[in-house]
Design a protein around this ligand. Sequence first.
Ligand SMILES: [Zn+2]
Length: 321
Amino acid sequence: MAKVQTVTGEVDCRQLGRVLMHEHVFVINHEYQVNYPETWDDDERTADAVNKLVALKSAGIDTIVDLTVLGLGRDIRRVRAVAEKSPVTIIAATGFYTFADLPTYLRVRGPGRMFGGEEPLVGMFVKDITEGIAGTGIRAGILKCVTDAPGVTPDIERILRAVARAHLITGVPISTHTDALAERGLDQQKIFAEEGVDLGAVVIGHSGDTDDLDYLQRLIDAGSYLGMDRFGLDGIMTFEKRVATVAALVRRGYASRMVLSHDTSCHTQNVPDDYRAKNWPNWQFQHIVDDVVPALLNAGVAPRDIETMLVDNPREIFTAG
Ligand SMILES: [Zn+2]
């Protein structure tokens, strides 16, 4: 009986229910917040997050994977405060989010760096997974890394290889951020394969940002899951195209290789609330249940395929770990 670590403890993988595989509770810039504390109120933010997750549970979603890692402002105590009152189960992640460079304290450590020593990232990630994050005992259930437009810079390569090694040590799955138009998923698969990772343990994230079926087919052929995980970010790709791409891949027989999500958050400091409300009204947790699922059904996707993407695939991804 496979178990997965969540913010509120260990759960049987079969109990995860319907899962959104790439979301965020809080995206925070700590340095900004420490220096401009008026930009954050803990009680208000916690209450607001709990309200949003209560509504999400009523809409039929049981679990979210919070892929907020270092670089996005992971703050596990704040997530715990939400998780303790949330009817939606939350899975925490470890890893590093950056498009090109690590921060100085990591850039100067590790093999070939100014102060040398072992690669610190592997130990950081493994500790988060096996002992828990920041002394809370809350263990990360998934690993996260990024390859965006700048490609595999030296620091990005360090992170990808450290994530691969932490995966091989712990067995927890890997989920990524990519620039899909630059086909960065293929770069990630190459490095993971070199490290000996089974690509079936990898979700290539933001794959839904492209409708290039040849590229998506290559990712699937190599064995990975596709994160069709930015529903609601209609400025990057329209709702209609996102739905049509998932439907096309289901017709090819790949419901078993896709997961659905929004990449949204209870609150992010990076996007002004008024901008978000005005320009990205669909970028919220219930968009998939309210709009995407009906549109997929309308496009000929069977209810069984929807359950495969929301229930079976997430369960399989965590069970393999
Ligand atoms: Zn994200």
